[in-house]
Design a protein around this ligand. Structure first.
Ligand code: COA
Length: 263
């Protein structure tokens, strides 16, 4: 396993095709400063090109996953500095969503504002029974600016998004599982072992198929059904020509474990 600090508040652990990026700012519950968002942007740009990583897990430290934007940096800045932070976050969150790697949010604690928005950009969301999700910006006289009003409405429906944004309420992992947002809930001590297991399960699949599946489902949700079905068949047809598809089918017929090469 390799461990490296990619930013003062961001630590990456990497092993067997899985990268775990931990937000390391426990004293501020993982609140995202501008400098951290820039660190995240640079890290994601590098990861995007790295085919050796198949799954990215994002997690936090202590009681915080990410308690939102660093509110201290909202105080007394110009409108243009405020807008610039929002644009930066928007683009970095969209980069998470568009990563070729499969992404898992392993939510240990507070996932508020931008923290909740980061989870909504991930493919899967595993959360601890101690996690708390919310979009509390209305309490600051503001609104979510990193996709909260848009991605939550698409993920869980317009009415639930309105309730969350208008009340600023906090939700447990189990409540969000009921809304189809959180994909699995674990006890605090089981969160990371289970997130690792999920990541390893996905990392062991044929990588071209896994990347294609992620893209297809994400893009398909924006398309009319008939267009999505056509794209699905095109992608499947391309996959059929890969060495991994030949290996997967042969391994099944020979009653052995497939060994995927990523070709
Ligand atoms: N930005 C900056 N600092 C933050 C922060 C944020 N978004 N969220 C928490 N912190 C800091 C607190 O200021 C405090 O720092 P201090 O010890 O120097 O005073 C520290 O993290 C611990 O937070 P605290 O409020 O004392 O913990 P708590 O357990 O009583 O409450 C929360 C936890 C998450 C309910 C509360 O911190 C909170 O409401 N945070 C803001 C969440 C938010 O509005 N996010 C959206 C931002 S746009």
């Amino acid at each position: 396993m390799t461990i490296r600090r990619v930013h003062e508040n961001l630590v990456e652990e990497r092993a067997d095709g899985v990268a775990v990026l931990r937000i390391d700012r426990e004293d501020a519950l993982g609140a995202l400063s501008r400098s951290m968002v820039i660190g995240l942007r640079d890290y994601l740009a590098e990861l995007h090109e790295d085919e050796s990583v198949r799954v990215l897990v994002i997690t936090g430290s202590g009681k915080g996953f990410i308690a939102g934007a660093d509110i201290r940096e909202y105080h007394g800045v110009t409108r243009s500095a405020f807008d610039s932070y929002q644009r930066l976050s928007r683009s970095v969150f969209s980069t998470i969503e568009a990563l070729p790697q499969v992404t898992i949010a392993a939510v240990n604690g507070y996932a508020l504002g931008g923290g909740f928005e980061v989870t909504l950009c991930c493919d899967l969301i595993a959360a601890s029974e101690r996690a708390k999700f919310g979009l509390p910006e209305i309490n600051l006289g503001l609104l979510p600016g990193g996709g909260g009003t848009q991605r939550l409405a698409r993920a869980a429906g317009v009415r639930f998004a309105k309730e969350a944004v208008l009340t600023g309420r906090f939700y447990t992992a189990a409540q969000l599982r009921d809304h189809g947002v959180v994909t699995e809930v674990h006890s605090p001590d089981q969160l990371m072992p289970q997130a690792h297991e999920l990541a390893a399960t996905i990392a062991a699949k044929a990588p071209i198929a896994a990347r294609a599946a992620k893209r297809l489902i994400g893009d398909g949700a924006q398309m009319p059904l008939e267009v999505g079905l056509t794209v699905e068949q095109q992608v499947l047809s391309e996959l059929y020509t890969t060495a991994d598809a030949a290996e997967g089918v042969a391994a099944f017929l020979e009653k052995r474990q497939a060994e995927f090469s990523g070709r």
